[in-house]
Write a protein that binds this ligand. Structure first.
Ligand SMILES: [Zn+2]
Length: 231
């Protein structure tokens, strides 16, 4: 497969396939490992559910612009809403990027990354899943499922899925729900140069664009390359 600009930045769906078990679009390379993960999790008594897998450039742009306009909450490290009126444009960018990727620079564009929870742990069918620290930390709703996942994924000699946001590296906040399919995601990350990052910004109809351009190098290193590696 040629890794094109459009695949890297979420502007096409040619690399995707439908996963029937989860009823979601993922990178086609991910299908067998994802089926296996679902089967094993169910056998262990969980009901895994994917909240978000592939996300298009357009969708990420809507999220970003809504946060920049104050139409969607921008969260602090604890997952609580921030007052953005007092922030400079640069600080607003940094705050948004703690929890939301720049449009065109989300690993969700690749279809290799997914946000997963345990449906069985939901207190009621209409519970609104927030994906915040409180739900995943010790004692949180989904903690038993993630404890199991760590054990299950740790058994394999070769990493399949891993947690790119496992540790707080002062870029993206820790996300225990976010898994990434190592073999394919690593190849995509390697292909995603700063030139791609820059071209993506240039071609984006993005709020806060000037502030993003001014700190492009820092943002690329701190929020994009700065992951917890597999293994
Ligand atoms: Zn995610």
């Amino acid at each position: 497969m040629t890794i094109s600009f459009d695949i890297l930045t979420g502007r096409t769906e040619t690399h995707l396939a439908h996963h029937p078990g989860f009823n979601t679009l993922v990178h086609r390379d991910v299908l067998p490992a994802l089926t296996n993960l679902q089967k094993e999790a169910q056998a262990a008594g969980f009901d895994p559910m994917i909240v978000s897998a592939f996300r298009s450039y357009q969708k990420q742009l809507e999220i970003w612009n809504a946060k920049a306009k104050g139409e969607r909450p921008v969260l602090d490290d604890e997952g609580l809403p921030l007052d953005i009126s007092s922030l400079s444009e640069e600080d607003l960018c940094l705050s948004i990027m703690r929890w939301s990727a720049l449009p065109g620079a989300s690993r969700h564009h690749w279809g290799t990354d997914l946000d997963i929870v345990d449906r069985r742990a939901l207190p009621s069918p209409d519970y609104k899943i927030q994906l915040i620290p409180e739900e995943v930390e010790d004692g949180g709703l989904f903690a038993p499922f993630y404890d199991w996942l760590e054990q299950f994924l740790g058994q394999n000699g070769t990493p399949t899925f891993f947690w790119p946001y496992r540790h707080d590296k002062k870029g993206i906040a820790p996300e225990r729900w976010h898994l990434s399919f190592a073999p394919t995601a690593n190849a995509l990350l390697e292909a995603y140069t700063f030139e791609i990052f820059w071209r993506n910004i240039e071609e984006s109809d993005l709020r806060l664009k000037q502030a993003v351009k001014l700190s492009a190098h820092e943002l690329y290193h701190r929020f994009f390359l700065n992951i917890t590696p597999p293994g």
